[in-house]
Design a protein around this ligand. Structure first.
Ligand SMILES: [Zn+2]
Length: 242
């Protein structure tokens, strides 16, 4: 007899396999990230078809097959319809699932990640169609996920000497954090080419993204150039951390 496992899950990715199968990447409440194979799920008659659309929350049941976990049941809980009807939102949902899939290795239950994903999908589904808000939802997810996984940038004191940051503050990707003026001079001489001077306003953005909840972040004033900065920063930071 097979053991049947059940859990709520966010459907993050799906890839077609063979003639009628579909391989899902899901994040489950009980088991963390998993890959589950939906056998013959693309056939019209499949009772699983409607239960696991992309970017939805479903209750799934699976058994452990020889190679894959096999989906045996899927009941749709929340469809997040607005995400699918807006290209901008869809793009953010894709980025969220790519980031999560890329950063989480192996299967591990994580209540905080589960909650963060839920909050992110809810916000994305319910928010108005402002581009800045979409991006903010992504960066909120990005920084909070880094924090949960233990990869936050160091923003409180100098990442190199641990002392007070002083006034002329820089950021070093190599050091993964803010650095004070004397350290920035020293590290540059030693060949750290990832150092750049960072404005107080941007330091505050980063701190808020890491520490504050979304209801607070929504009130932040983000200009187009701030979003550009966050885009560059997040990509570069990822490249240094992973
Ligand atoms: Zn220092």
């Amino acid at each position: 007899m097979f053991v049947h496992y059940r859990s709520e899950a966010f459907i993050l990715k799906r890839v077609e396999r063979g003639e009628s199968d579909r391989l899902f990447t899901v994040f489950t409440k009980e088991f963390g990230k998993l890959e589950v194979l939906g056998k013959a799920i693309r056939k019209i008659k499949s009772k699983l078809r409607a239960g696991a659309p992309l970017f939805s929350k479903s209750e799934i049941e699976f058994i452990q097959g020889k190679t894959f976990k096999i989906l045996t049941d899927a009941i749709l809980i929340e469809e997040f319809k607005n995400i699918k009807e807006d290209l901008g939102k869809l793009e953010i949902a894709l980025k969220v699932s790519d980031l999560l899939d890329g950063l989480l290795k192996g299967e591990q239950k994580d209540k905080k990640v589960w909650r963060l994903l839920g909050e992110t999908f809810d916000e994305l589904n319910n928010c108005s169609i402002l581009h800045t808000l979409h991006s903010l939802i992504y960066y909120h997810f990005f920084f909070k996920l880094l924090k949960i996984l233990g990869y936050s940038p160091s923003l409180a004191s100098c990442a190199f000497c641990q002392k007070n940051l002083g006034t002329k503050i820089s950021f070093s990707f190599e050091q993964r954090g803010l650095i004070c003026y004397p350290c920035s001079r020293r590290l540059k001489k030693e060949g750290d080419s990832t150092i750049f001077e960072i404005r107080a306003k941007r330091i505050e953005f980063l701190r808020n993204l890491l520490e504050k909840d979304f209801s607070f972040l929504k009130k932040m004033k983000l200009e187009a150039e701030d979003l550009k900065f966050l885009e560059k920063f997040s990509k570069r930071y990822l490249a240094f951390v992973f």
